[in-house]
Design a protein around this ligand. Structure first.
Ligand code: ITT
Length: 201
């Protein structure tokens, strides 16, 4: 039962993105931590992501939740950087089509901006910020390079998954099962570093 779990064993996720939350449950559950979303921990506000870097935004999100819960908090700021677009949409990935856009709007916008462009190189970036009460923030970063497709393929995952093929694969993330995507994704790699740090501390 929740009451029996020491407070240090609980990690609160500072995200309102259900796709991310699902992946964190899969990735962190096996490490023995009880993972709660901010909403489950009793906090349901969303901070303004005013940072210019993934790191700044991850810290903003972690601090906003940490101020309201007595647990360790993990925030994720992530996005897609496209080479011919000089790294766009980057930190604006969630609001590429417009503020409050649906994932499908963002994907359609990217496919139409790229058109027949032959250089379709891109990479996913994930920066995690872990905040323990009274301690300095810790950051962990993961990258996943790949290519943008010309059309959507698959319905798995979230965000840009149906139009992203990671290097070394022929299928999009949208065509993969979570257990296939997670170990090679930007988030999976960042969590791997985080898990190593947790084990060593
Ligand atoms: P929170 O801030 O509440 O965590 P968010 O969706 O606004 O949710 P971000 O600001 O970090 O989060 O935006 C990340 C966007 O980048 C996300 O909405 C997706 O469009 C995209 N993205 C990040 N990781 C992804 C992944 O694993 N697969 C597909 N798209 C991803």
């Amino acid at each position: 039962m929740d009451q029996e779990i020491p407070i240090t064993q609980i990690i609160v996720l500072a995200t309102r993105n259900t796709g991310k939350a699902r992946e964190f449950q899969d990735l962190l559950g096996p490490l023995g931590y009880k993972v709660l979303t901010a909403v489950q921990a009793g906090y349901d506000k969303e901070p303004k992501e005013t940072g210019k870097t993934f790191r700044e935004n991850a810290l903003i999100k972690a601090q906003s939740v940490a101020a309201h819960v007595p647990h360790s908090v993990l925030a994720d700021d992530s996005g897609l950087e496209v080479e011919v677009l000089n790294g766009a949409p980057g930190v604006y990935s969630a609001r590429y089509a417009r503020l409050g856009a649906k994932d499908s709007n963002n994907r359609h916008k990217l496919l139409s901006v790229l058109g027949d462009q032959t250089n379709r190189r891109a990479r996913f970036v994930c920066v995690l910020c872990f905040l323990e009460p009274g301690k300095e923030p810790q950051y962990f970063e993961g990258l996943c390079p790949g290519e943008i497709t010309k059309e959507e393929r698959g319905t798995g995952g979230f965000g840009y998954d149906p139009i992203f093929i990671p290097d070394g694969e022929t299928r999009t993330f949208g065509e993969m099962k979570p257990e296939e995507k997670n170990p090679m994704s930007h988030r999976g790699k960042a969590v791997e570093l985080f898990a190593k740090w947790l084990k060593e501390k």
